[in-house]
Structures are given as structure tokens and as C-alpha cells.
Design a protein around this ligand. Structure first.
Ligand SMILES: *Cc1c(COP(=O)(O)O)cnc(C)c1O
Length: 719
């Protein structure tokens, strides 16, 4: 099987489609449709209600759509023209791999595959195998790798239950509901060998062997392989190994990480891949380096020799500044799971443990990030500030070096613009930017022409997007409304009273305490006064999940929810349940201001504000992560100063004060100041400056190109 074989991707005869529309099956099974040519409309048009009811899932749509309707469509000239255009664009894209950026720039590298490991991939709402920012970043990465023609192959898990569905009780308590996914409804293919049997990979866990089958997701030109242990030959408990993301049970967790690391390498081998570079996106997959070292020692090399080889071809990206965010295992667990490997690697126990030993006051642990740092030669954090924090945090691994020479670089995160830009804005930009702007997203010159967009046209689209968000919130509540099950106060808390013309602030992110969702509620009376001023209303929309085991995070949601319910706020504070990429799209496109209040320097990068920025939304954020690099004084606002605090209480007080003051003195007046033609011209000037200054720099295109030049090329062997 070759990674360059890009023949038809749909399973044969899957939908019994009319001949004229049979290529819909190919489209449904390639996520290309999620970011190109408005191709989602090819599906939506068939049956808009079913499209919503299936949560934008073309596989389910094509399977359940009324056949009469399909037949009728084959007579619709307008539809057929659009369909033909989309199929043509799709075929051209898939056939165009010899003309991609990478093919032209590094033609002799095309046959050196790059393996990319991540525990989560956030590609689309129908594939809920991600929890948050890390997953969305991996998903965006694959899409851009496809666009640029990078020979990338990715590995992760197909979780049978995905991430949880969030419900908030009347009292503000988060409930986590898990549903089994039906894989036959998803755009995934079982991976079979020539005899039509499932390809299986196995790893040894204590006292047993655990096997996984593989599923393939086609992301444009890139393939993503997903491991799934829910197969008959496994013990019932092992069948659940790949059921959920990020369990807090340590044995489950180490088993998952062994499966991803060792099983992931074996999966690529079974598929015939021989990657030249191995990129570990976060430390969860660091056991892959152990497997690769084992392969080499089994081939007769010494461990030191194997280690050198592995390191030279390994890239590691760390994503968190919060020490508790790193996986660690007690040493007895490592003995239990890895004992048999010590001798296979030609190491004694202590030598193995020393690869990742973390000595702390409360005892010794085996740290996945230390393993990842030790087993890779190319390492990076995800913003300039995070790079500094990471060098500081891990300088003890390089005790002979000054902190600023610790070999951890940084590449600031970005977003896949075609995924996150509103369709209407894309069309508006197409009228005023150069015709090939979508192929040159990372070039600052392209975005200079944003200035040409007339204020009234930009304002018209901005207002449309906010109305769309408000309509969507109301529709969600309407569908949930069952007297007795949902209380009226929950209906109000879900946004039915929002005003589509008022200044609207969005705050959506994971509810971890360092993100301080409650910062703006520190002085509720001050907030009340600010948002209820006559003629200048302000509304705030919150959304976000807490990890089910994170009690402080769940209490934070409750604290916010209790304020949201207070009648004095007049329905202007809102909490939307079940934040996911679909809701994220509505929010980052529809609000006016995107708020981010992490306790600096804990936000390694953040990407939601970048998504907001390309849609003409203004950021209002602590100078942490990406915003510290993006903020220029004319493209949004800063909360607090460009410095760290020693005392987090003092930091919270100062930041809350800065928040209220900037909102009152700068943001509200700027938004409500209207010129003679009733346009907020100053505001729109800021919005254009935000798009112009931020879009190219925080594009996934800039980011992937930097990974190529700074991380991958140094790891690739000389030609
Ligand atoms: C973009 C995104 C994130 C990451 O955003 P942050 O700014 O890092 O909080 C998390 N969840 C979803 C659903 C997203 O779309």
C-alpha cells in the first residue's frame, strides 16, 4: 500500500446513488469537503433539515435521504452545475500533488514520509475525537499539510465514545454524557489487507496481548490512521481501552499511551510506511521512541546507537506551560508495564527509568515530557513566551547550559483559515483581495488590500454573522425545550433574550481554573453597571467544558452559571452548553469581541482568538501566548501589562481592574460611536487592522512552513 495511492476513497456502492450524483460518495468520505469550494452546500442543498439533523454528516445524509428527492435533484440544472464545479475542484485538488508548494520546493523530499502522532484530532463536528485546542490544532495541521502537499501520515485513536456531551443542570453543575459512536455513520474506512481482512496490530500489556484494528480518515491528500481496540479477540475490559479520551485512571492511561506509541509505530510498519521524520504532537505518544529504539536494538545495534538514530529523526512539540498538564506515571507502574522491554533494549531497570526520571519532593515519577525531550533532537514550544517558559522549566535537563540556550525553540501556533473563515467573508475578501489570495494566505502583502473593503460592506457581513449566531442559539433552545426537563431560567441562560444589535463579547474555552472564566465577574456590580447602560448594552456569551475529573473546573462553571441566572443581568449573560467546533465556528464568527483571560504565562498559545481575528472580530486578551506577539495597539486590546506577577491574587485584582477599565473607556465607546452614515467606522478600521496584521502571521500555512524549515528539514537525512 502506498501513501501516494489516492484512488477513489469511498467504499463501493455505499449509498446506491443515482449515476449522475455518484461522486457524492467520494466527497462524503474525504474531509476535503469541509474546507473547500463551499462544498458543504452540495450536501446541505439536498435536504437542509436532514443536514442539520445529522449534524452535518454527509454519510448519514446520503444513507437516509429520500430517494425521490435525489431523483428530483438530478433534474435541477442549478444544482448539477454546482455539483459539477465542486467535483471538478475536488478532482483537480487530488490530482494536483505534483504542483503543491512542497512538491515544487522540495521535490526530492516527496518520498520521505513524515509521521505525525496525536491523541486527538479536531477535524469536524461529526468526528468527535478531540477534546479541545490540541485536537483542533492537529486537525488544522493535517488540512494544511494536505494543501501544501506535505507527505504526512498521521496516527491517533478512533474513540468509541468520543469526548463527552455536556449538559448543565439548573443549578449550574456540569453533567458528562457519553454516547457510543456508530463508525459506519462516520467518514472512516476500515483498513483491510489484500485478502479483505482487517489489519491488526498488537502490543503486550501485563499478562496479555491487546490488539487494535485500524480505520482510515482521508483528509484531502493526507491519511489519518486511527487505532480501535473494540474487537472480539480482546478481553472485554481491553475493548474499552480506546473508548474515551483522557481518562484519569492511570492504568488505562498508560495502556492507551503504550497503544498509541508502540501500536502506532507498528501500525505504520504494517501499512508499509517507513517514515523519515517522526513528529510527536505533545508527550502522550512518547513511547513511540521506545518502540523505534527496540526495533533498532533487535536489529543488532547498541542502545546508545539506537538512541542517537531515534533522536535525530524525532520532533517533539510541547503544548502546555502548566506543570500538572504533563503526564507522569509512578515507577511501579512502569515496572509493571515495561519490565519485559528493559532487556530487549539492552538496558537495566535503572537505565530505562533514567530516560524519563522526574525527581520531586513527593517522590520519583516517570515523566512523558522528559522522555519526549530526551528522545528528540528537535523540540519546540508553541509561542515565544511559551518557549521561554519551557526552557526555564526544563533547564535542569541541560544543567551545563545557560537557560536561554536550552535547546527548545518555539513555533507559534496558527489556524487553518479556510476552515474558520465565514463563507460570506470569504466571498467579500475575494472581491477586494488578489484573485489568488486563498493560495497565498501567509503573505502579508495579500492582506494589505483589506483596506479597500468599503465599511458598509464589511459591516453588513458582520451584522449578518451576529444575527446568524443569535438565531442559532434560539434554535438550539427551541429544540431542547421540553417543559419539565428544561427550566425557564435555563432557557434564558441559553441566550433567547440576546439582542443581535448589541455589543457582544465571547468567552469560550476549556474551564480550567488558570483560564479564569470568572475574572470579569470579580466585581459583579461593576459589570452590571457597565452592561446595562442606556443605549449601550453589552452581552457576554460563555461556553466551555471542564474535564469530568476537574472539580475546581466544574465549580467554576457553576460560579459563572449562577451569575448568568441572576435577573439583574437581564439575560445579557449567557452560557451555551457543549462547546465544540461547530459552536466555536458560530461564536468566533458572530461575536464582536473575543475575550481571553488566562493567568499569564499559563496559556501556551491559544488559537480561538486567531480564528476570531480573521473574521473581523477584535481580541481583548491578556498578553499571553499568541496575543503577546499579535497585539500592536491598533488591532485589539490588552488586559494587564506585558509582565509576570509573583502573586496570583494581586495579578487577578490588577487584571480584573484593567478589564473593566478598558471595556468602559475604550471598547464600549468605540463600538457605539457611529458616523453620519450610521456606521461604526472607527471600529471597522480596527477590525480591518486586525485582519490585516494577524491573518498571515497566525495562519496554519505560516506555521506548517516553519515546521518544515525549522523542525523537519534538520531532522531529514542529507540527500
Ligand atoms: C479553537 C478551539 C479551541 C482552542 O482554543 P483556545 O483559544 O486554545 O482556548 C478549543 N476548542 C474548540 C472547540 C476550538 O474550536
Amino acid at each position: 500500500m502506498s501513501m501516494y495511492d489516492l484512488s477513489s476513497t469511498a467504499p463501493p456502492n455505499s449509498f446506491n446513488l443515482p449515476r449522475r450524483l455518484r461522486r457524492l460518495a467520494d466527497l462524503a468520505y474525504n474531509l476535503w469537503w469541509t474546507w473547500n469550494s463551499d462544498a458543504d452546500r452540495v450536501f446541505r442543498f439536498l435536504d437542509p433539515e436532514l443536514w442539520e439533523a445529522t449534524y452535518h454528516n454527509p454519510v448519514r445524509l446520503l444513507r437516509s435521504i429520500d430517494r425521490q428527492r435525489l431523483k428530483a435533484v438530478t433534474q435541477d440544472r442549478y444544482y448539477l452545475d454546482f455539483y459539477d464545479d465542486v467535483i471538478k475542484a475536488y478532482d483537480a485538488y487530488m490530482a494536483g500533488r505534483d504542483n503543491t508548494w512542497y512538491a515544487l520546493k522540495h521535490p526530492d523530499r516527496l518520498h520521505q514520509p513524515i509521521a505525525y502522532f496525536s491523541t486527538e484530532f479536531g477535524l469536524h463536528e461529526t468526528l468527535p475525537i478531540y477534546a479541545g485546542g490540541l485536537g483542533v490544532l492537529s486537525g488544522d495541521y493535517l488540512k494544511e499539510a494536505s494543501d501544501l502537499g506535505i507527505p504526512l501520515v498521521a496516527v491517533g485513536f478512533l474513540y468509541t465514545q468520543g469526548y463527552f456531551v455536556q449538559r448543565i443542570t439548573e443549578d449550574g453543575w456540569q453533567e458528562a454524557n457519553y454516547h457510543n459512536l456508530s463508525f459506519s455513520d462516520l467518514p472512516v474506512h476500515p483498513v483491510l489487507n489484500e485478502d479483505g481482512e482487517k489489519i491488526i496490530v498488537s502490543v503486550d500489556l501485563p499478562g496479555r496481548e491487546v490488539s487494535a484494528c485500524l480505520w482510515r480518515v482521508q483528509v484531502g491528500r493526507v491519511r489519518l490512521y486511527l487505532l480501535d481496540t473494540n474487537i472480539g479477540s480482546n478481553l472485554p475490559s481491553d475493548r474499552e481501552l480506546s473508548a474515551r479520551l483522557y481518562t484519569s485512571d492511570l492504568e488505562l492511561r498508560i495502556s492507551q499511551e503504550i497503544l498509541l506509541g508502540l501500536g502506532g509505530v507498528r501500525a505504520l510498519r504494517a501499512l508499509g510506511y517507513n517514515p523519515t521524520v517522526w513528529h510527536m504532537n505533545e508527550g502522550h505518544s512518547a513511547f513511540s521512541t521506545i518502540e523505534r529504539a527496540r526495533e533498532l536494538t533487535a536489529g543488532g545495534r547498541t542502545f546508545d546507537d539506537a538512541l542517537e538514530k531515534v533522536k535525530a529523526s524525532t520532533v517533539f512539540t510541547t503544548h502546555t506551560s502548566v506543570p500538572a498538564g504533563h503526564d507522569e506515571f509512578p515507577l511501579w507502574l512502569i515496572d509493571k508495564y515495561f519490565q519485559p522491554y528493559y532487556s530487549q533494549l539492552d538496558l537495566d531497570r535503572q537505565e530505562f527509568i533514567d530516560l524519563a526520571l522526574n525527581q520531586q519532593e513527593w517522590g520519583d515519577t516517570f515523566s512523558m515530557i522528559i522522555l519526549a525531550l530526551r528522545m528528540s533532537d528537535q523540540r519546540n514550544g508553541v509561542s515565544a513566551l511559551h518557549g521561554q517558559v519551557a526552557r526555564q522549566m526544563w533547564s535542569r535537563l541541560w544543567p551545563d547550559q545557560p537557560v536561554d540556550t536550552v535547546p527548545i525553540q518555539h513555533i507559534t501556533n496558527g489556524i487553518h483559515i479556510k476552515t474558520w473563515i465565514a463563507r460570506r467573508l470569504k466571498h467579500l475578501y475575494s472581491l477586494y483581495l488578489d484573485p489568488d489570495w486563498l493560495d497565498r494566505l501567509d503573505e502579508p502583502e495579500i492582506w494589505e488590500k483589506i483596506e479597500r473593503i468599503p465599511d458598509e460592506e464589511l459591516w453588513e457581513v458582520r451584522r449578518h454573522l451576529k444575527r446568524k449566531l443569535v438565531a442559532y442559539m434560539r434554535e438550539r433552545v427551541r429544540l431542547q425545550w421540553t417543559p419539565g426537563k428544561v427550566q425557564p431560567v435555563q432557557v434564558v441562560a441559553s441566550g433567547v433574550m440576546l439582542d443581535p444589535y448589541a455589543l457582544t463579547i465571547g468567552f469560550a474555552r476549556r474551564f480550567a481554573t488558570y483560564k479564569r472564566a470568572n475574572l470579569l465577574l470579580r466585581d459583579p456590580n461593576r459589570l452590571l453597571d457597565l452592561i446595562n447602560r442606556p443605549g449601550k448594552p453589552v452581552q457576554v456569551i460563555f461556553a466551555g467544558k471542564a474535564h469530568p475529573a476537574d472539580e475546581p473546573g466544574k465549580r467554576l462553571i457553576q460560579e459563572v452559571y449562577r451569575q448568568v441566572k441572576r435577573p439583574e443581568f437581564a439575560g445579557r449573560l449567557v452560557f451555551l452548553e457543549d462547546y465544540d467546533v461547530n459552536l466555536a465556528r458560530y461564536l468566533i464568527q458572530g461575536v464582536d469581541v473575543w475575550l481571553n483571560t488566562p493567568r499569564r504565562p499559563n496559556e501556551a498559545s491559544g488559537t480561538s482568538g486567531q480564528k476570531a481575528a480573521i473574521n473581523g472580530v477584535l481580541n481583548f486578551s491578556v498578553l499571553d501566548g499568541w496575543w503577546r506577539e499579535g497585539y500592536n495597539g491598533r488591532n485589539g486590546w490588552a488586559i494587564g501589562e506585558d509582565r509576570d506577577h509573583d502573586n496570583s491574587e494581586a495579578q487577578d485584582i490588577a487584571d480584573a481592574d484593567s478589564f473593566y477599565q478598558t471595556l468602559e473607556e475604550e471598547i464600549i465607546p468605540l463600538y457605539y460611536e457611529r458616523s453620519a452614515d450610521d456606521l461604526p467606522s472607527e471600529w471597522l478600521g480596527w477590525a480591518k487592522e486586525s485582519i490585516r496584521s494577524l491573518a498571515p502571521r497566525f495562519s496554519m500555512r505560516r506555521m506548517v512552513k516553519e515546521y518544515i524549515s525549522e523542525m523537519y528539514l534538520p531532522a531529514l537525512p542529507e540527500l
